[in-house]
Design a protein around this ligand. Structure first.
Ligand SMILES: [Zn+2]
Length: 481
């Protein structure tokens, strides 16, 4: 999608918001290399402290009003509201960024950690994922406080340190809130950075923004076959490579159930009035005396099979299986390999736990001499499915309707309930929140997202950044005062 700004409305709201200074503050944050990894020991934690210092210096009213707690190198802020009977809301995100791919440093127009700001863009690693939204939270809160707006509802801000790797920061902060007996009314985390062409769902000519309400699970399983090797002229009992190959093939071909999940039903329900392409149009059209959702439920199996044939949609209707790594082959053609292992990556639909994946694979390979091990440190069962009928979702809808619209008709973009295939920090708060709303009001053109996020020349337009800040100011007014 070219020129995402065409979907912006009311860019003249808050005319005293100093756009140049705001973009400069974002650029200065992007200049701090809060790179997570390659391991905990090799992470430069001083950069994380430096970013906290920058936020502190840039947003003095926010830090004066808040209680700030360091949780390892993560940060938890509490801005007390005047009405303690209201459950707090949470603005959350992560301050870590992924490294620049070695060897591509020179491909960047401006150095990845230059924090360069020009007339059109703010440049740097994290400009979309997701230092923009993090600093944007502070811009919006500082704006509110500088205008004397008093929070009625308590607002928490939680910034994780390692979303791109272990997610330990968010896990600890989620547990900390649970230990204090805090229930959150709702939370906002990063979501899809794009405006979505609903043609993907058979509804061409319309656009929407995704609010991801759940995350698929993530499991890495290691399959190991042990062997002493030996001369290849006597492979009695088979080689470890042959056994591992058979195991991988079985696991990869194992047909997991195909199902239209609750969340995919809600996705379709949201776009159903616009669906014009067959055969989907007939499948979502309600019959005599039934609603759209009834029609979707009635035709769920047919819709799921339809999705299964689409490159973009198939991960939404099944648990996916991708063998990704293999280790231990022989270096010589006449030598049998010794111990060999492979890693298979699973992305599970809601309801399929890590334990269920392990049990299924063990059963599938029961007759083979293969060890099956879950790499527990990086694996997560699917998140809960959050509500889309609660006040949090309605607040997002109301504010988005003001700031994101179709260019010609000025019709507000639809917020589309969705599931996200990747893992994020939001699920670490499932224990204290039933409305985890993964939504990014900081948007970019498709090709910017595809190239820049975890890639080269990550950047955000000044217009998109400031529109995101306006959205957050609007959200504070709508939901917290
Ligand atoms: Zn991110």
């Amino acid at each position: 999608m070219a020129e995402v700004w065409r979907y912006f409305a009311h860019e003249d709201d808050y005319p005293d918001l100093d756009g140049d200074a705001a973009c400069r503050r974002l650029g200065d944050a992007l200049a701090i290399p809060t790179v997570d990894g390659p391991s905990r020991e090799l992470t430069d934690w001083a950069a994380f402290d430096c970013l906290e210092g920058h936020l502190h210096a840039s947003f003095p009213l926010t830090f004066a009003a808040a209680t700030a707690e360091r949780v390892d190198h993560s940060l938890l802020l509490t801005l007390p509201g005047s009405d303690p009977s209201l459950d707090p809301a949470l603005f959350m995100g992560h301050v870590d960024v992924v490294p620049v791919v070695p060897g591509t440093e020179g491909d960047w127009t401006h150095d990845a950690f230059s924090g360069h700001v020009d007339g059109e863009y703010v440049w740097g690693r994290g400009a979309l994922d997701m230092t923009d939204q993090v600093v944007g939270y502070f811009e919006a809160i500082e704006y509110a406080l500088s205008h004397g707006w008093a929070l009625r509802r308590t607002l928490l801000v939680a910034l994780g340190q390692d979303e791109e790797t272990l997610q330990s920061g968010a896990r600890r902060m989620g547990a900390l809130l649970a230990g204090r007996g805090i229930r959150l009314a709702w939370l906002v985390d990063e979501g899809d950075y794009r405006i979505v062409d609903t043609g993907l769902y058979g509804a061409p000519g319309h656009h929407g923004m995704r609010v991801s309400l759940a995350e698929k699970g993530y499991a890495d399983l290691r399959l190991t076959v042990r062997s002493h090797g030996g001369h290849s002229s006597n492979p009695f009992g088979g080689s470890s490579l042959a056994t591992l190959g058979e195991a991988i093939a079985r696991v990869a071909r194992d047909p997991w159930p195909v199902e239209l999940t609750e969340l995919s039903r809600r996705t379709l329900e949201a776009v159903a009035p616009w669906v014009s392409q067959e055969p989907l149009a007939s499948l979502v059209r309600s019959g005599e005396g039934e609603g759209t959702r009834d029609a979707i439920d009635r035709n769920a199996d047919a819709i799921a099979r339809l999705f299964l044939g689409s490159r973009e949609l198939f991960p939404l209707v099944t648990t996916t299986v991708a063998p990704t790594m293999i280790e231990g082959g022989s270096k010589q053609a006449n030598v049998l390999p010794q111990d060999m292992s492979a890693v298979v990556n699973f992305r599970m639909l809601p309801g399929v736990t890590c334990a269920a994946v392990v049990a299924r694979v063990r059963e599938l390979l029961a007759d083979l001499p293969v060890e099956v091990e879950l790499l527990a440190e990086v694996s997560n069962s699917p998140s809960q499915v959050s509500r889309s009928d609660g006040p949090g979702f309605r607040f997002l809808e109301r504010v988005a309707a003001r700031y994101f619209r179709e260019p010609e008709s000025e019709e507000p973009l639809k917020l589309i309930p969705a599931i996200v295939v990747g893992a994020s920090d939001a699920q670490m708060y499932d224990c204290v929140c039933d409305s985890c709303l993964r939504f990014s009001p900081f948007v970019a053109d498709d090709e910017e997202v595809e190239r820049g996020v975890h890639g080269t020349d990550e950047r955000i337009t000044r217009r998109a950044y400031l529109q995101g800040v306006r959205f957050l100011i609007g959200l504070i007014r709508e939901a917290l005062l």
